[in-house]
Design a protein around this ligand. Sequence first.
Ligand SMILES: Nc1ncnc2c1ncn2[C@@H]1O[C@H](COP(=O)(O)OP(=O)(O)OP(=O)(O)O)[C@@H](O)[C@H]1O
Ligand SMILES: O=c1[nH]c(=O)c2[nH+]cn([C@@H]3O[C@H](COP(=O)(O)O)[C@@H](O)[C@H]3O)c2[nH]1
Ligand SMILES: NC(=O)CC[C@H](N)C(=O)O
Ligand SMILES: [Mg+2]
Length: 523
Amino acid sequence: MTTDITEHHEKLLVIDFGSQVTQLIARRLRESGIYCEIHPFNKVDDAFLQKFAPKAVILSGGPASVHGEGTPRAPQRVFEMGIPVLGICYGEQTMCAQLGGSVEPAQEREFGRADIEIVAESPLFEGLGGVGHSERVWMSHGDRVNAIPQGFHPIAVTRHAPFAAIADESRRFYGVQFHPEVVNTPRGALILRNFTHRIANMHGDWTMAAFKDEAIAKIREQVGDGKVICGLSGGVDSSVAAVLLHEAIGDRLTCVFVDTGLMRHGEADQVVELFREHYNIPLVAAYEEERFLSALEGVSDPETKRKTIGKLFIDVFEENARMAGGADFLAQGTLYPDVIESVSFAGGPSVTIKSHHNVGGLPERMNMKLVEPLRELFKDEVRELGRELGLPEAFVGRHPFPGPGLAIRIPGAVTKEKADILRHADRIYIEEIRNAGLYDAIWQAFAVLLPVQTVGVMGDARTYDHVLALRAVTSVDGMTADYFPFDHDFLGRVATRIINEVRGVNRVVYDVTSKPPGTIEWE
Ligand SMILES: Nc1ncnc2c1ncn2[C@@H]1O[C@H](COP(=O)(O)OP(=O)(O)OP(=O)(O)O)[C@@H](O)[C@H]1O
Ligand SMILES: O=c1[nH]c(=O)c2[nH+]cn([C@@H]3O[C@H](COP(=O)(O)O)[C@@H](O)[C@H]3O)c2[nH]1
Ligand SMILES: NC(=O)CC[C@H](N)C(=O)O
Ligand SMILES: [Mg+2]
């Protein structure tokens, strides 16, 4: 048994009823130093609650209607533990229904902006303004509470919701019909902070500096005097994982960088050089371009591509583990979003959107145990941890790059020729982004080489070449994203340079799809 890294921290439990924005509750809490975990309502039972021992509970929103038959409820035990509970939207509604109030379909549904008026003093609204103050919030509900349980009183109202916020100050139970977790509720983070810091008396003890020392201790305990192999891509997650592991176990760590031939321009050299320059970590570079390209020959289905690449990664890791004299552990940069099990919308089975190359099958086949030191973290927390570990900004601030690399940015069959065209165009695009000072404002940017040829005219001659799509998004953790609003001059400049300089491309388009409904990558 290894110790739980969260053991010594005050924990908050978010019970998920399937809201699209449940993750944001966790994000807002983490930002104020509160460690929390999201668990689906149907997985939280008395034994779990006892073991998890939350200092406070938040009930999320959700798509169901409390007045509908067989709809989700919070475990009743939550209300008997003597700890503060905050219900958000569906969470407020089910709390009311479970404690003796009632809920009905609203005459006037509220979606989007609303203004609440504070009607009673409450620690939940400390710092917003007193009675009579009006505060902008974001609503998304079709049902409303029409009777509150005994002990509660309204602390805010809207025109259509007499119980926009309610409180039972003595039991420390609170309900809000609006969503404090979304940025469209400008002071929502303060409201959540009031709940955790003032009402639940939590201290905000979750910092990356504390995490670092604990993570190192935990790795030492888990690994003992075993050997670890770590796939190092030069990306943020694996670089941070590698440096953390190295601090913990020194040269019993071997990193393997695989050049798949599907990397960006100059990437292999850069990663190897930067790493060898800054760190004294044994690093093996495996140049496997030919193997990857020939395995992908003629493969055009995105999932088949991903699986082909995933399998090859395993083979290469295995071979290198053997060459390094065997390894007991495989380190992975798994992050919290990968392990959250969320309630799928409407309770249906969840579907596989895409198979990430590093998930599934890997540990069993390799007969190595997993070390996943970043399992509790979100992407931006990993970056913070990287800074804490003194990683150069060149690693920490890098845009993410998927393991399957350019293969999933070349819809259709992948060839070396296409990979070369894409690499060249991508380099120009990123260079222009850097020149314009936009690199850090963008979460991820890349080009996609389309399997479509169009007619053009260059130097009075006819061309019949590929279309290249440019993609750039803003995001916090890659779970949702918006397209980046480049100005037209910038896009024009990039298009001109690419068409002039890259043979094989005669048309450039810009992708303005957000996620959802799109995904960030095209495959
Ligand atoms: N070229 C590669 N060589 C070795 N391992 C790799 C390579 N590409 C990906 N991996 C492994 O797969 C894992 C997942 O890749 P992923 O892209 O999600 O993370 P990352 O590359 O570390 O960070 P980022 O998301 O910032 O790109 C990595 O942490 C790494 O262990
Ligand atoms: O290591 C990885 N292996 C994969 O198979 C993979 N697929 C997508 N991505 C990256 O994940 C983020 C979200 O991507 P999507 O919106 O396309 O799912 C984006 O940052 C993508 O680049 C991957 N990373
Ligand atoms: N966002 C929510 O939690 C919605 C709750 C409930 N489905 C309603 O429409 O009122
Ligand atoms: Mg990567």
